[in-house]
Design a protein around this ligand. Structure first.
Ligand code: CA
Ligand code: CA
Ligand code: CA
Length: 475
């Protein structure tokens, strides 16, 4: 008997040591004195939240004023640090981005969240990418051959957490580490349903200064006075996107469709065809006077938006990052839409990252993309930009509009102007839902310009801004 007792004591001791090592290791791995049990105690409260803010520990204290502000308006908000997420999802997720996605799934199931703010972007300006909050690249480009060039950023990955059967959607069905894969001349190998299950927006902060001034911007905007006349205007900026390819003035047709959906707003047309859009100054002048929305329909790059006068492909009318210096619109901050501006929201650009920006044929580097520059601008700019992180594609058929990126913008205005949805992220989500319901994707399509582009237009349509933003502010 003493022998058996001795054996039980030995087994119990080993078990105790293993339990201790396990809990300590979780703490040590993350460099924090925290055990898994402590963590579960902290998070298993029987509560619900509307918004979770996901951010590195470093930014947390600067986001607390935003949380207090949101809670004061009845938007129940919780900040969760990336470091805490990595502890909680220690056993889940193959990489950092997938851990975040599992956490969002857990948060939806546990707290019934509606909105997720990814509050962090690239850490530095070097060529090598390191991120405050992880990103996901998908592989669905129809213009380039190598995988490196074919990948593009998508935050829809973090919003589309369930597949059509209600299971966790990895966006990597064949489990090869290549996400959202639809190779050229082949059927799709990964088939996500793309329908967002939560509303996701990103503020790609690089430093605490940006966090502080954008938190301040959002608070001032939401506490502002929506009845003020500046907000009740929508400006549209467009010309002939494709002078040779299509025989209509593309951007002007699409922006008119958006205006038709916004009857309660004063319409300001900056159109190349009637001379109301001659150059960038017309845009700066309009934004400086104040408007609730600006819809740009044309071309883009990380550094610029642009279009043409009718039937004149040689002439460009651009609105570049450098022109934003002249924006002095203060608190009169528009929500900006521009799905057709290719690469305009490519928030992975940096001074060490040379892709896609040219001056007279010479590549040069920019510290941040057009959309983020507009949102982060102090004393003006915009409150949010919804735009594309890669090549976006206009519909080849103007009558049906099948899958064209312009339809995403138009459906956004349908959400706001017709369905009276006033929360920014819900307009974003509703537009994607409606787009996907209208244009069914055949995932077996092998054509170069077919259904893959419908999927791509959705995946890259990124909200830079607070998804819980009350458009026009609280009265
Ligand atoms: Ca795959
Ligand atoms: Ca889904
Ligand atoms: Ca045209």
């Amino acid at each position: 008997m003493p022998f058996i007792r001795k054996k039980i004591t030995k087994i119990a001791t080993i078990f105790l040591i293993l339990v201790l090592l396990h809990n300590i290791s979780i703490g040590i791995i993350q460099g924090q004195q925290i055990t898994k049990n402590q963590y579960i105690q902290r998070t298993n409260k029987d509560v619900s939240y509307d918004l979770i803010v996901i951010t590195p520990e470093k930014f947390v204290k600067y986001l607390i004023p935003l949380v207090e502000h949101k809670n004061s308006h009845g938007v129940k908000t919780k900040i969760v640090s990336i470091e805490d997420i990595y502890i909680q999802e220690f056993w889940n997720g193959r990489d950092d981005a997938e851990k975040i996605k599992y956490f969002i799934k857990d948060a939806k199931e546990k707290w019934d969240i509606k909105y997720v703010l990814l509050a962090g972007g690239r850490k530095n300006q070097l060529e090598e990418e390191t991120w405050w909050v992880p990103v996901r690249y998908t592989y669905l480009d129809r213009n380039y051959s190598s995988y490196v060039e074919r990948k593009f950023l998508t935050d829809l990955y973090f919003a589309d957490i369930y597949d059509k059967n209600g299971n966790f959607s990895s966006w990597d069905d064949d489990n090869d580490g290549i996400f959202g894969e639809w190779p050229q001349n082949e059927s799709a190998t990964d088939i996500p349903d793309l329908y967002p299950d939560v509303c996701v927006g990103r503020l790609p902060f690089r430093n605490v200064f940006e966090v502080r001034w954008i938190v301040n911007k959002i608070i001032r905007y939401e506490n502002g006075y929506p009845s003020e006349s500046w907000f009740n205007k929508i400006a549209v900026v467009a010309g002939d996107t494709y002078p040779n390819k299509t025989d209509y003035i593309d951007g002007e047709v699409y922006t008119q469709e958006a205006l038709n959906l916004m009857p309660d707003f004063e319409h300001i047309k900056l159109w190349a065809s009637d001379g109301s859009l001659k150059n960038w100054f017309d845009i700066v002048n309009t934004i400086n006077k104040g408007c609730g929305f600006v819809f740009f329909s044309g071309h883009g790059g990380p550094n610029t938006w642009g279009t043409h006068p009718p039937n004149d492909s040689a002439t460009w009318i651009n609105f570049k990052i450098k022109n934003m210096l002249f924006l002095i619109n203060g608190d009169k901050l528009p929500v900006v839409l521009t799905a057709s501006g290719c690469f305009i929201s490519m928030f992975n650009v940096s001074l060490g990252h040379t892709e896609w920006v040219y001056f007279r044929g010479i590549k040069y580097n920019i510290p941040r993309c057009w959309s983020w520059t507009l949102v982060r601008k102090p004393f003006g700019g915009s409150i949010a930009v919804i735009g594309s992180t890669a090549f976006s594609y206009e519909s080849p058929d103007i009558n049906s509009g099948v899958g064209g990126c312009e339809q995403l913008d138009i459906k956004f205005f349908e959400q706001y102007g017709q369905k009276k949805i006033t929360i920014l992220g819900e307009c974003w989500k509703g537009a994607i839902d409606s787009f996907l319901q209208n244009f069914t994707i055949n995932w077996s399509d092998k054509s170069k310009t077919g259904d893959a582009l419908i999927a791509k237009n959705c995946e890259q349509w990124l909200l830079i801004g607070d998804p819980s933003l009350k458009i026009g502010g609280y009265s």
